[in-house]
Design a protein around this ligand. Structure first.
Ligand code: ADP
Length: 230
C-alpha cells in the first residue's frame, strides 16, 4: 500500500547550503503493518515522515499510496490524500489550547471536504466515539490544557483517526511521556493496528520499536536495516 522507490530529498536545492538528507530510500509497507523508523538524531527520520505525510515533497524517486503515484497528482489532490488517508500524531500533541478534548477531535471532521462533511450532530457523535475508543470519553468537555501528557496524546490520537484514515504516522509520539504512560499509549496504537490500520512510528525509544512488527533503521539518509522482531 505504501511504496517508496529511490526517494531523494535535498534541502535548499540549488543553493550553496544545499543538503541531501535522503539519498535514495526504497521500502514497501503493507496494509495493516505496524512499523518503527529508528535512527540517531539527524539521520533523516522526520524528513522521511514528512514525505510520507505529504507535508513535504521530494526531488526524485517514486512514492505511491494504494497504487496512486503522488508525484503525478496536483497539490489539491495531494491535500485530499493527506486528509482522507493519513492521520498524524506528534510528540508535542499539537492540540489547540483553550479547546475541549471534543472540540479538538472535531477539527478534522469540520475541515473534511464538502462532499465528506457530516452534519454537526453526526460530527459530534463521531468525535465522541473516537474519544471512547482511546478511553477519553469522560474527558470530552475538559479543556486539553488541564489534561496529563498521556491524556493529551490519547486526544491527539482520537483526532488523528477521526476521518478514518488507513495510515497513522506518528513522530516520536511517546517522546514527552514517562515509561508507564508510553506503555499505555503503545497499547492504544496496537489496538488501532489490530483493527487494521497501518501505523508508522518514528522513535528513539527501543521499547516502542520492540512493539512494532517491523523496525526500519535509517542512518545518514539511507535505510541500513529492516528487521522483524519476534
Ligand atoms: P531526524 O528526524 O532523524 O533527527 P531530520 O530528518 O530532521 O533527522 O534531518 C535530517 C538532516 O536534514 C539533518 O542533517 C538536518 O540538519 C537536515 N535538515 C532537516 N530539516 C532541514 C531544513 N528545513 N533545512 C535544511 N536542512 C534540514
Amino acid at each position: 500500500m505504501i511504496y517508496l522507490k529511490d526517494i531523494v530529498k535535498t534541502y535548499n536545492k540549488g543553493k550553496s547550503n544545499a543538503y541531501e538528507a535522503l539519498h535514495g530510500i526504497s521500502m514497501e509497507i503493507k496494509d495493516g503493518e505496524m512499523a518503527a523508523v529508528i535512527g540517531t538524531s539527524g539521520a533523516g527520520k522526520s524528513t522521511l515522515l514528512h514525505i510520507l505525510a505529504c507535508i513535504d515533497g521530494y526531488d526524485s524517486g517514486e512514492y505511491a499510496i494504494d497504487g496512486m503515484e503522488l508525484g503525478k497528482i496536483s497539490e489539491k489532490q495531494m491535500a485530499q490524500v493527506r486528509n482522507e488517508k493519513i492521520g498524524m500524531v506528534m510528540q508535542d500533541f499539537a492540540l489547540v489550547e483553550g479547546f475541549t478534548a471534543l472540540d479538538n477531535v472535531m477539527i478534522p471532521l469540520d475541515f473534511a471536504g464538502r462532499q465528506h462533511r457530516r452534519k454537526r450532530k453526526e460530527r459530534k457523535e463521531r468525535a465522541l466515539e473516537m474519544l471512547e475508543l482511546v478511553g477519553m470519553a469522560e474527558y470530552a468537555d475538559k479543556q486539553t490544557n488541564n489534561l496529563s501528557g498521556g491524556q493529551k496524546q490519547r486526544v491527539a490520537i482520537a483526532r488523528a483517526i477521526a476521518n478514518n484514515p488507513s495510515i497513522i504516522l506518528a513522530d516520536e509520539p511517546t517522546g514527552a511521556l514517562d515509561s508507564a504512560t508510553t506503555k499505555e499509549i503503545m497499547k492504544v496504537f496496537r489496538d488501532l493496528n489490530e483493527q487494521g490500520r497501518t501505523i508508522i512510528i518514528v522513535t528513539h525509544d527501543p521499547t516502542v520499536a520492540e512493539e512494532c512488527s517491523r523496525v526500519i533503521r535509517i542512518e545518514d539518509g539511507r535505510i541500513v536495516k529492516q528487521e522483524t522482531p519476534c
